[in-house]
Design a protein around this ligand. Structure first.
Ligand code: ZN
Length: 551
């Protein structure tokens, strides 16, 4: 036993001596210096390549600029504290700044500034940081001062060399446009693509080094960047700082959203034409609510008060909607009705009413929801007239967003979405994801009030008012709405009698009257449910000084 212990001790000592020798040996080789050599080599090579590139015709193509930035980025990421790390950051910043001269995109200048800032922060004593500081003092943020930024970058707009479109590779689809709507707590970005292509979203973590918030980017595969996206994408005064789009790889377009703060987001696609929709909710919304709560009634604090109603007359412009048997166009009828509803609500309720359109103009479905969200609507009502292949079909129905309740609902959604029923069933597969956090119960309640008042009210004056009830279907226009939202089909343009009625100003007036009744009833009951008993008034509206009457 004693010998065993000795043996054990001996092998233990031998083992540790070996490790010690290995350690000394390794120290003698100095891994730091051997790595330094290779990263320095790589840096020298990357710099030489970049110098060659700058005198080549390739400078006309954005993707080559990004490839050179990537080379320095890789050297830096491999050894972020290595001897050439400051130079790499400096080079990345400089290439972005140079690229900005060509592209004119604020995003490129911002990226350059971010790199210079990171360099100053991480390596304050480096001579490169000194250089960067001097440059930063001259360059303004593009959002602060775009012309100054351009001047600092050494080129006036008219002198700016032009970037050309990346040569199109066969089989790639063009990413044609990027549209955005933004407030301080909500942003919707829509990417228009030529055809349906696969895409994937990624979330970049916070980068405390440069105080960067989370960033979201979307890689769109089998795609190339369209010529429209060469121009700078306007920076909105809101949650979204800027959107950058670039040919990330030969067949991949990357769209990066730089967002002030990000609480949650949803990415989904719509069809006919294919577009990717990104909804981002910021953190400010919640903070803002807390801060203001002192001046709000209890109802408002709970987020239940209705102060702003967004009404959406369907279709418009090139999109006529359904055409009646008598030639009436849905877009005209619903605009008339919506204007009447607005007037009635404003007379009866202390709410402001916003219309998504007040003239015969085209508006995409995703823009309508974006308007409702950016205008901070408390309710969203989309107004339509129905049509069906069966000429006998008639009546009134009100929808809220959910999986289609039946075949007819599916057909109505397909028509209103201007897409096929097959696409609707594809959409249903992703809808569960989109339904999270949507105000489904409140939307259902609003739909019931609207439907009941419309049918009940019209029945008193008209015969054969068919109650088709409250239904569910995946309407594009309701997806992503942050507030209770419904879509009303006021009558059938394909039914001879109803089409005839829709021609009559009196009938439209009655529809508006009862639609407003439904909205008013919803508003009244919502507020009643949460107002203190003594604060209730006969009309159910807020008393003059709700806080004074609270007990
Ligand atoms: Zn419609």
């Amino acid at each position: 036993m004693g010998r065993d212990i000795k043996k054990y001790h001996l092998s233990y000592i031998v083992c540790w001596s070996l490790l010690l020798w290995l350690f000394i040996l390794a120290g003698g080789l100095s891994p730091a210096s051997s790595w330094a050599l290779s990263s320095q080599d790589a840096y020298v090579r990357a710099k030489r390549d970049y110098t060659d590139f700058k005198s080549s015709p390739h400078t006309k193509y954005r993707q080559f600029w990004l490839e050179h930035i990537d080379k320095f980025k890789k050297i830096y990421s491999d050894e972020p504290d290595g001897p050439v790390a400051p130079e790499c950051l400096y080079m990345m910043a400089s290439i972005y700044r140079e690229l900005y001269r060509y592209s004119g995109r604020p995003g490129d200048l911002s990226a350059s500034i971010d790199m210079y800032e990171r360099l100053c922060k991480r390596f304050p004593k480096s001579p490169w940081a000194k250089e960067a500081k001097a440059l930063l003092a001259k360059i303004g943020r593009p959002e602060d001062n775009a012309p100054a930024g351009e001047a600092a970058a050494g080129a006036k707009a008219e002198e700016r060399p032009k970037l050309e479109r990346t040569p199109v590779i066969k089989g790639l689809h063009e990413v044609k446009d990027i549209r955005s709507w933004s407030t301080s707590d909500y942003t919707r970005v829509v990417i228009d693509a030529e055809d349906q292509v696969p895409f994937k979203e990624h979330l970049l973590k916070k980068d405390p080094d440069i105080k960067k918030p989370k960033r979201l980017y979307i890689d769109i595969f089998r795609s190339c960047l369209g010529p429209n996206l060469r121009d700078p994408i306007p920076i909105m005064d809101g949650l979204l700082r800027y959107v950058r789009a670039g040919q990330y790889k030969k067949d991949t377009v990357r769209v990066v959203l730089d967002i002030e703060s990000l609480k949650k987001y949803k990415v989904f696609y719509l069809l006919n034409p294919f577009r990717i929709v990104i909804d981002v909710i910021g953190e400010r919304a919640e903070k803002g609510k807390e801060k203001d709560s002192g001046q709000l009634t209890l109802t408002q604090q709970l987020g239940l008060g209705v102060r702003r109603i967004v009404l959406d007359p369907g279709h418009g412009g090139k999109d006529c909607g359904a055409i009646g048997v008598n030639g009436l166009k849905e877009k005209d009828i619903v605009l008339k009705v919506t204007k009447k509803v607005k007037q009635k609500i404003e007379e009866r309720l202390r709410c402001s009413v916003i219309l998504t359109r007040d003239k015969d103009a085209f508006l995409s479905l995703e823009e309508r929801t974006a308007i409702a969200n950016t205008k901070k609507g408390d309710l969203f009502v989309s107004i339509h007239a129905n049509s069906a292949p069966n000429p006998e079909a008639r009546g009134i129905e009100t929808y809220f967003l959910n999986l289609a309740s039946d075949e007819d609902a599916m057909r109505v959604a397909a028509r209103e979405n201007a897409t096929s029923t097959k696409n609707i069933s594809d959409l249903q597969k992703i809808l569960n994801d989109l339904m999270l956090n949507c105000k489904i119960n409140e939307s259902c309640r609003l739909a019931e009030y609207v439907q009941d008042c419309l049918v009940g009210g019209l029945t008193k004056r008209y015969e054969q008012v068919n109650n088709l009830g409250v239904k569910q279907a995946p309407f594009f226009v309701l997806i992503g709405a942050q507030m209770p939202s419904v879509l009303v089909e006021i009558s059938f343009l394909s039914h001879p009698l109803e089409a005839d009625r829709l021609k009559d100003e009196g009938y439209l007036n009655d529809i508006a009257e009862h639609l407003a009744d439904g909205i008013q009833k919803y508003v009244r009951d919502t507020e009643l449910a949460y107002l203190p008993v003594q604060g209730r008034t006969q009309t159910g509206l807020r008393p003059e000084h709700p806080s004074a009457k609270r007990h």
